[in-house]
Design a protein around this ligand. Structure first.
Ligand code: FES
Ligand SMILES: [Fe+2]
Length: 353
């Protein structure tokens, strides 16, 4: 753990340009980062009734999350027969039904029906089920992890949870009020580095954003907590990086979740989802058109920069060697965690002073 100013100034963990462009690095990240981390895939209210389901892709793996009377189940969205996708989008099913040859599954993934069963003498239905995936929730957010031996969600979030419990609103009472989605020609790490960068704000967002100064930067395991000065009484704002690919921006009026899903080495899907409790929605009405225009504009300003950075990453000269104390601590921490996950600490460099 380090706080303001404690990081040795001659160390940099900047990634190589190939980390942003190489298909081999991308495949390794999917395996050792995304297929081992807890990923927010929805909210409990999306899965309130028995039969409610949602589909998602985690680390490139197709997943379906379903509620039945016993609780939540997450499984690979891959038929045990010949691999067809079973569920599409989001909705409510009585059973999972494969459109290819008609196999049916209970909502917990157990194989229930096999048409022309006599033609499949070796198939013992009681032994076959969709491959399960870990699912847990915190604060109303549903997380999945495709690694069977991954630490629990609470262990993985560690000290973040304690901090979030200090939020004045109840996390369980949050509801989605607005969602922005983008497909951008950028590597997911360029988005994450920019999202935790406080340095660029007066330059790139000079017309749109005025953020209070930071009072504290704290690494929390793989995650990172940035705390700005709080103008409102009784409120602390949290700008928290949840490694590897999410970011909570928590303030008195709302919770914003930023989530970047890698698609290819140089393309990503980005969701920005705004949540409010009923009380927050009343006090800070989110459907104010100025609010929407501003958030869109701020993101547009960021994406313009990120797109150019992605183009620049094809240059061998592209390397992050200088990160500002306080203002870019999160960038350095994020890159350090990526190198650690890829088992490449040798790329950390001692900078010549
Ligand atoms: S692939 Fe699903 S029933 Fe054949
Ligand atoms: Fe920005």
């Amino acid at each position: 753990m380090y706080t303001n100013g404690r990081r040795p100034q001659n160390q940099a963990h900047g990634l190589l340009n190939t980390h942003y462009t190489d298909p081999g690095v991308f495949a390794q990240e999917q395996r050792v980062i995304f297929q081992r981390s807890w990923q927010i895939v929805g909210r409990l209210e999306d899965l309130a009734k028995s039969g409610d389901y949602l589909t998602c892709t985690v680390g490139g793996e197709p997943i379906v999350v379903v509620r039945d009377r016993a609780g939540l189940h997450a499984m690979y969205n891959v038929c045990a027969h010949r691999g067809m996708r079973l569920a599409e989008g989001q909705g409510n099913y009585r059973r999972l039904y494969c459109p290819y040859h008609g196999w049916t599954y209970d909502l917990d993934g157990r194989l229930r029906g096999v048409p022309y069963e006599k033609c499949l003498p070796g198939v013992d239905r009681s032994q076959i089920r969709l491959k399960p995936v870990q699912v847990e929730s915190w604060g109303g957010f549903v997380f999945v992890n495709v690694e069977p031996d991954a630490p629990s969600l609470l262990d993985s979030l560690g000290g973040m949870v304690e901090r979030w419990r200090g939020y004045t609103a109840h996390w369980e009472d949050l509801r989605e009020v607005k969602r922005y989605t983008y497909d951008e020609p950028i590597n997911w790490k360029i988005f994450m580095e920019n999202a935790t960068d406080y340095y660029h704000i007066p330059f790139i967002h000079s017309e749109t954003l005025e953020l209070p100064p930071i009072i504290e930067n704290v690494a929390c395991g793989q995650h990172f907590q940035l705390t700005p000065v709080t103008p409102e009484e009784n409120y602390r704002r949290f700008f928290d990086l949840i490694f590897p690919n999410m970011y909570f921006h928590v303030g008195p009026s709302k919770v914003q979740l930023f989530r970047v899903v890698p698609l290819t080495p140089n393309s990503s899907h980005v969701d920005v989802i705004l949540y409010q409790t009923a009380e927050q929605a009343e006090t800070y009405p989110i459907n104010d058109p100025r609010m929407h225009r501003d958030i869109n504009q701020i993101l547009h300003e960021d994406f313009m920069i990120c797109r150019v950075l992605q183009e620049q990453a094809s240059s061998r000269a592209f390397r992050i060697l200088y990160t500002a104390t306080d203002l870019e601590e999160g960038v350095d921490h994020f890159d350090k965690m990526v190198l650690a996950a890829l088992d490449q600490p040798e790329f950390a460099v001692e900078r010549e002073s």
